[in-house]
Ligand binder design. Structure first.
Ligand SMILES: [Zn+2]
Length: 81
């Protein structure tokens, strides 16, 4: 385990350890959405995209929204869930 992997948050969308903010692996921006409110689109940085929808998109497109397909990158080994 890398020593810097401690205290880095998991992305709520793709589950990689990319910290808070905009995830480079799926391009979801952490807006506080959790499993409890995953169906709610908060209208913040993710617009009308809910966490549940973003997870579905990630499963299909490898990005939280198809428009981010060219922006995302593969996770690094130390970011794996
Ligand atoms: Zn992510």
């Amino acid at each position: 385990m890398g020593k810097h992997s401690i205290d880095v948050a998991f992305c709520p969308c793709c589950a990689h350890r990319t910290g808070s903010g905009t995830c480079p692996v799926c391009f979801w921006t952490d807006d506080g959405s959790t499993d409890e409110n995953a169906e709610v689109a908060r209208g913040g940085p993710n617009g009308d995209l809910s966490l549940a929808h973003a997870r579905l998109n990630y499963a299909i497109y490898g990005a939280s929204h198809p428009r981010y397909q060219d922006a995302v990158r593969q996770p690094r080994p130390d970011e794996l869930p």
